[in-house]
Design a protein around this ligand. Structure first.
Ligand code: ARG
Ligand code: ASP
Length: 699
């Protein structure tokens, strides 16, 4: 059997991987990788990347909004991120009169920058420090035999640590996160800045060029960026929006390199990757590939068909549902890519082969894996997983928007943490009802009655007629009725008999049953803490390896090389795209590929020459590299060997998005917007030369 470890001893989790690009590394522990990084080209020290004592690269990276990354590129707190990360904030400032999604927006002075504190409240977080608290969290927990009691102890200790560190300021956020299935715990302390303003965005014809057709696909020509600015009070401290706030002065901002990149160049990325499942077993991969993803795709296809139909008919509805559609289609397409990438790389077979070796090395892993397989073999297990995903899709992600509103209302009433408003600004009753019908019939078709809410079980008609009745009678499906009710006396008690609210309470019963089932699994002593035990045993089986930790929305460093790849039989891709490709792809009758007239004029005039690549005199648009990324890494700064900004990460390439479970260095690529295309758009397309000066200094 082929030797498992790479020469660099980075554990690659399956047999085929020959290179070390896999991994999203913890900044404080980057010392373990730094020698290898330097051997591959990096000219910085570990301290230049993360230092607890002086300004380092990590101080220029922000967690942007709820799920993206951004980077600070000026001493006045200017932040770059993706267009798709800024999308909801751009959308909320857009209307048919001021359509910034369609036309772009450029603040020509600081006074014109648009605050984002209303409907979708935007804030950024800067990481202050990381501390290992494993010893405190896990002290003597091995002696607690009962799994519930053990996790309760762990949770209490975590809350206590968080509480103690949080106390210092209203804008300090302390979070303890679990690593390696709870074998390590790290504390992250952040400062939150709640006044962030929109500075500029290209029109969607640039920022979303290629649309959902090109999403998750290479070659790519999307100008996926938008620009924001962090504001602080006069003492540079975080503050809620106020007209008197001033631009924030960061400890560190990134330098931009306009020299470009070449094949094989070292590339590194710092950001906030969300979730990966690198220690998934072959059983998990099988479930994802053959059951979970196909069922989720089916539900979202039903949802998207309705949105697409109504959005094509009306500009108003198109704006209202722009962000919802983009969010829905993004994961939908990713799930498809994941299935196809897992198949193409034979991920299940490879993982099985790896597990065969592991089982022969570790008796404990052998037992654990067998128990786990038996648990999945039970059809209840997979059905529960599907039901749980469907619950989230329908109630939380707006499959049935009336139910989503009822849920928001319920959470506002019961949970101090949520303060989201119920706003009908982006709601179209006709679309919403038809979408709910489509989604609900998939729910009822794919799940047995034990997962249905009570009133659906009792309902005599079709799933569609059930929804029609809901939409006809619920205030959560009708803005006027909702507002009227809110003005009436005793409205709060009236709301509790609303049909959507009633349905929600029934769905909560369904959810609790699902959670209960999961708990029962955890009470099963053989499966309790499976991840914890399995990863621990696996690490013991390979004592000389460095193991990549799964992503969990904490700051990570990924590194690799700029590199094209062989995508399919007889299909090879080069590592960069150019302006020529935008012109070639452009079409007048396909909304995904229309471009602004001004962009083609600038192309003809060769106005891009100042930003062109010195070698080919072309404007480079995007490039690919082997850095390991996932959702959340969007907007992450991609840096060269000197730590200079060469681009903004925004996507991954088709057939490679299974890297969340199974990284394959031959086809997994992250897609980066070349910083020179961004500069060209800001300078020549928008004429926002003051921003160029701010980012690059006097030219
Ligand atoms: N696939 C990228 C990521 O997961 C970009 C998505 C936005 N673009 C789009 N066409 N929907 O977020
Ligand atoms: N597009 C993703 C994001 O928004 C990045 C990825 O999944 O590769 O974070």
């Amino acid at each position: 059997m082929k030797k498992l470890l790479t020469t660099l001893f980075i554990f690659t989790l399956h047999l085929s991987a020959a290179r070390a690009d896999v991994g999203m590394w913890i900044p404080t522990l980057i010392g373990k990788n730094i020698a290898q990084m330097q051997a591959e080209g990096l000219r910085l020290s570990a301290d230049d990347i993360y230092s607890a004592n002086h300004a380092s690269l990590k101080d220029a990276v922000v967690m942007f909004g709820g799920g993206c990354t951004g980077e600070i590129v000026s001493s006045d707190g200017l932040v770059l991120t993706n267009h798709h990360c800024g999308y909801q904030y751009i959308q909320q400032h857009s209307s048919v009169q001021h359509n910034y999604l369609a036309n772009g927006f450029w603040a020509m002075s600081k006074a014109e920058e648009l605050p984002c504190y209303e409907h979708h409240k935007l804030s950024v977080q800067l990481l202050n420090y990381i501390e290992d608290v494993t010893d405190i969290v896990l002290a003597q927990t091995d002696t607690i035999a009962n799994a519930d009691a053990r996790s309760k102890t762990i949770r209490e200790r975590i809350s206590e640590i968080e509480h103690n560190r949080q106390a210092s300021s209203k804008y300090t956020i302390a979070e303890v996160e679990s690593f390696y299935g709870g074998n390590q715990y790290l504390l992250f302390v952040y400062t939150e800045y709640p006044d962030v303003r929109l500075v500029g965005t290209p029109p969607s014809e640039i920022g979303k060029f290629g649309g959902d057709t090109d999403n998750w696909v290479w070659p790519r020509h999307t100008g996926d960026f938008s620009i924001f600015r962090i504001y602080a009070d006069k003492d540079n401290n975080p503050a809620e929006y106020s007209a008197s706030n001033v631009p924030f002065h960061p400890k560190k901002h990134l330098r931009i390199s306009t020299k470009g990149v070449a094949e094989g160049d070292f590339a590194m990325l710092i950001g906030y990757p969300g979730t990966t499942n690198l220690y998934a077993t072959s059983t998990d991969i099988e479930a994802t590939q053959n059951i979970i993803n196909p069922k989720l795709i089916e539900l979202r296809t039903a949802k998207l068909n309705v949105m697409n139909k109504y959005q094509a008919k009306s500009e108003k509805v198109n704006i209202q549902y722009a962000a919802k559609n983009a969010q829905t289609s993004n994961a939908w397409k990713k799930w498809k890519g994941e299935v196809s990438g897992l198949r193409k790389t034979q991920a299940i077979e490879k993982k099985r082969a790896f597990e065969a070796e592991l089982r022969s090395k570790s008796a404990l892993c052998d037992t654990l894996l067998s128990e786990y397989e038996a648990y999945y073999a039970n059809s209840n297990t997979t059905q529960t997983l599907i039901a749980y995903s469907y619950w989230t899709e329908i109630v939380q992600r707006g499959g049935i928007e009336a139910l989503q509103y009822a849920y928001t209302y319920y959470r506002n009433a019961t949970d101090d943490d949520t303060q989201s408003n119920i706003s009908f600004k982006d709601f179209d009753a006709t679309l919403s009802e038809e979408m709910a019908c489509a989604v609900w019939s998939v729910y009822c078709k794919n799940l047995p009655k034990q997962y249905w809410p009570k009133s659906m079980v009792a309902w005599k008609g079709s799933p569609e007629s059930f929804i029609h009745s809901l939409y006809a009678n619920s205030v959560f499906a009708n803005e006027n009725k909702f507002n009227k009710l809110r003005q009436s006396k005793h409205w709060a008690s009236k709301i509790t008999v609303d049909p959507a609210y009633t349905l929600l309470t029934e769905m909560l019963v369904v959810r609790d049953a699902l959670l209960g089932q999961r708990k029962n699994i955890n009470r099963n002593p053989k499966l309790a803490n499976f991840n914890h035990n399995y990863i621990k045993a696996l690490m013991q089986a390979y004592p000389d390896s460095i193991f990549p930790p799964d992503a969990n929305f904490t700051m990570r460093i990924s590194y690799g090389h700029v590199a094209g790849y062989d995508a399919d039989d007889a299909v090879s891709y080069s590592y960069f795209t150019t302006f020529d490709g935008i012109i070639e792809k452009s079409q007048t009758n396909n909304p995904d590929y229309t471009i602004p007239q001004r962009l083609s004029d600038l192309y003809k005039q060769k106005a891009y020459l100042p930003y062109a690549d010195p070698l080919d005199q072309k404007l480079h648009i995007c490039f690919v590299s082997t850095c390991h990324t996932t959702g959340g890494n969007s907007g992450s700064p991609v840096l060269n060997a000197n730590g200079e900004l060469i681009g903004l990460n925004f996507d991954r390439a088709w057939n490679g998005v299974m890297s969340d479970m199974s990284y394959d260095p031959t086809i997994c690529r992250n897609i980066t917007l070349d910083i020179r295309y961004l500069l060209f758009i800001v300078d020549k397309y928008a004429g926002a030369t003051h921003l160029i000066k701010e980012m690059l200094g006097e030219l």
